[in-house]
Design a protein around this ligand. Structure first.
Ligand code: PEP
Ligand code: MN
Length: 360
C-alpha cells in the first residue's frame, strides 16, 4: 500500500468542516422505520445513512436482518432525502446486490475481517469499484489482520478505502462492550497516516450514555469520523437496543463534541507548545540515560550472581521494589497500573541482561 494519499481522496473531496458522520439504525427493520429515521437525519451533519441489511448475529435465532428487500428501502432513502447510503456486506452475493442497488459505502464487519477467505471473496467481488469501502477491525486485537484486509481490497484496485475502529472483544467483563485498545488505532495511524480512520462508539460502548465520551476521545486522537447507530425508538430496536440513540440525541452529541484542530498556526500557541515539547525531549533523554545506567548496574549484579552461582530471579526482592515504587508513583500522580506495567518491562529487560551474562 504505497500511495495511501489516494485512499483518502474521497474524504478530502467532501471538504467537510466537521468529522464525517455515518448514522442510521443498527438494522433496517421495516420500510417505515428506515424512512422515518432517514427523514429525521436529513438536515443534520450526517453524511451517510447506514442500515444493516444482513446482520451477523453471535447466536442463531436472533433477528438476522431483512435481506435484499431492505436495499430497496435504502434506495428510497436516497431518492427522498438525498443522503448517501451505507451497509455491511459479508460475501460476494451481498456485494452484487448492494452494487445493483447503488449503495454508496460498503463496510466489512468485524466478524468478517477475521477471515481472510471472506475478505478476499468480497475484494474479488468489488474489483475496481469506485464505491467507498471501509474495513472494521477484527474482533480480536490483531493489527496485521486488520491491515491485511485493507491490503486485499487495495490490491483488488479498490482505492476509496478507510477503516472503522469498533473495539475488541474480551473474555473479562469491562465497562465497554468491546474494549477500545486505543493504542492499536494510534499504531495504525502512525503506520498509515493517510488511511481514513472512523470510530464506531456504538459498538465500542454498547451503551448510549457512553457514546459522547468515547466519540470525544476518538476526535482527540485525530479520527476522521464517527459511525453512530441511530433509531427513533432505540429501546424497541430489533437489534442493539441499548446502544442506539435518537436522531435528536445524535444532534446533541455532535453539538457537544469539541472539535480540536490537529495543529494551530497561532504563534503564541506554537511557542508555548515548542517550549513544552523541548522539556519533554530533555526528560525523555534523561529517562533513557537513567535506564541505560540501571541496566549497567544490573549487568554488574549478573556477573556477581554468576560467580556466586545464584539464580537470576529473587521474587522477594522484586516484590519489595514493586511495592516501594507503587507508593512513590502514587505521590507523583502515577497510577498503580502504569507503575506496574513500567516496572514489569524494566524488570524483564534486567532479566534479559543478566541471563545473557549467566549464559556466557
Ligand atoms: C454493525 O455495524 O451493525 C455491526 C454488526 O458491527 P460489528 O461488525 O462492528 O459488530
Ligand atoms: Mn449494531
Amino acid at each position: 500500500m504505497k500511495n495511501q494519499k489516494e485512499m483518502r481522496t474521497w474524504l478530502d473531496d467532501m471538504n467537510l468542516d466537521h468529522p464525517l458522520v455515518v448514522a442510521g439504525p443498527c438494522s433496517a427493520e421495516t420500510e417505515e422505520q428506515v424512512l422515518k429515521i432517514a427523514h429525521e437525519l436529513k438536515d443534520t451533519d450526517v453524511n451517510y445513512f447506514r442500515a444493516g441489511i444482513w446482520k451477523p448475529r453471535t447466536r442463531p435465532g436472533m433477528f438476522e436482518g431483512v435481506g435484499a428487500l431492505g436495499l430497496k428501502w435504502l434506495q428510497k432513502v436516497k431518492e427522498e432525502t438525498g443522503m448517501k447510503t451505507a451497509t455491511e456486506v459479508a460475501n460476494a452475493a451481498h456485494v452484487k446486490l448492494a452494487l445493483e442497488h447503488d449503495i454508496d459505502l460498503l463496510w466489512i464487519g468485524a466478524r468478517s475481517t477475521v477471515s481472510p477467505f471472506i475478505v478476499q471473496e468480497i475484494a474479488d467481488a468489488l474489483d475496481g469499484t469506485d464505491k467507498i469501502v471501509l474495513v472494521k477491525n477484527p474482533v480480536n486485537p490483531d493489527l496485521a489482520l486488520w491491515l491485511g484486509g485493507v491490503e486485499r481490497l487495495y490490491t483488488a484496485n479498490i482505492k476509496n478505502l478507510g477503516v472503522i475502529h469498533r473495539g475488541f472483544s474480551t473474555y473479562e467483563k469491562t465497562k465497554y462492550r468491546n474494549i477500545p485498545e486505543w493504542q492499536l488505532a494510534i499504531e495504525l495511524q502512525n503506520k498509515f497516516p493517510d488511511l481514513p480512520l472512523i470510530c464506531d462508539p456504538s459498538h465500542i460502548t454498547g451503551k448510549r450514555d457512553m457514546i459522547l465520551d468515547v466519540s470525544q476521545t476518538a476526535l482527540d486522537l485525530n479520527f476522521d469520523g464517527l459511525m453512530i447507530e441511530t433509531h427513533f425508538d432505540p429501546e424497541n430496536a430489533w437489534s442493539d437496543a441499548a446502544q442506539q440513540v435518537t436522531p435528536a440525541a445524535l444532534v446533541q452529541i455532535m453539538n457537544d463534541l469539541k472539535i480540536r484542530k490537529e495543529s494551530s498556526k497561532e504563534a503564541a500557541y506554537n511557542n508555548e507548545l515548542n517550549l513544552l515539547r523541548a522539556q519533554i525531549d530533555v526528560i525523555d533523554n534523561s529517562l533513557i540515560e537513567a535506564l541505560g545506567k540501571r541496566m549497567k548496574v544490573s549487568d554488574g549484579i549478573g556477573k556477581l550472581k554468576k560467580t556466586g552461582n545464584v539464580s537470576v530471579l529473587q521474587t522477594s526482592r522484586w516484590n519489595e521494589i514493586l511495592g516501594k515504587m507503587i507508593l512513590e508513583g502514587e505521590q507523583k500522580g502515577l497510577s498503580e497500573e502504569f507503575v506496574l506495567r513500567m516496572f514489569k518491562a524494566i524488570h524483564q529487560e534486567s532479566i534479559n541482561h543478566q541471563e545473557k551474562i549467566l549464559k556466557n
